[in-house]
Design a protein around this ligand. Sequence first.
Ligand code: G1P
Length: 277
Amino acid sequence: MKGLILAAGYGTRFLPVTKTIPKEMLPLIDRPSIAFIVEEFIDSGIDDIVIITSRRKKTLEDYFDREIELETLFRAEGAKAKLAAVAPPKARFTFIRQQEMLGTGHALLSAKSVMGDEPFVVAYPDDLHFGEPPLSRQLIETFKQTGCTVLSTIHNPPNLERYGILDMADDGFHVTDIIEKPAPGTEPSKEATIGRYLYTPDIFGYLEEGWKKHTGGEYYHTYALKKLMDQGKVVYRQCEGERLDTGSPAGYLQAILRYASTIPEYREVLMDGINGL
Ligand code: G1P
């Protein structure tokens, strides 16, 4: 299966650093945040990875390439750990450049010819996942059981009004609607979608249909998704494990601390630092 990462956004919440560093390249200590998504894809059996980028994001393409000079040097030195650290992930990468930021629906359409006629997983790089099974694999499992488009959710997070919230059919499993950022108290359920979606390829026909009717401004994927929902072809799966939102500086800091806590040498520094404070 192919995986698609939507990484074309400006990252304005992280200005000024995003003037020159793509948001997805901001590191969690020693690796850029997007590397966690790529790792999740590979651990989920996805090794054909398409990344939608934009101008000023060349470092992102270079990151997933080989570093021949360093490889040669480390090989000569017999520095195995360093060699492993610079090795690119074992996946095939394709980059598509989105020339205008016209929304998620437009970004998905720009990948149509590359994605082919198969289901695929889409990741928003702000949403990182820690735990087993890897989040993309969870969606693939549910797809294999149902043949449907699958939306990943978390149950009743704080600030429901920041998410796309699902409405469900009587079976409690098929999704009938998604309300983007509902006013507090009006949400149809407590299932909040997060940035992982498994789409069946029939989404593209509806994306094209919606694009023809689109009259301006950003074009989201919701029109096409609702068409699939009307036919009973969308289900959801609650995310097992921990989801972190690096889309804001506070969430990004949380992700750094969470990652640091998983590595013994950093964990010690983290605990000392907190005690010092
Ligand atoms: C996007 C989606 C929303 C989803 C959220 C998850 O919103 O539109 O449905 O709940 O990601 O992170 P954004 O965070 O881009 O405002």
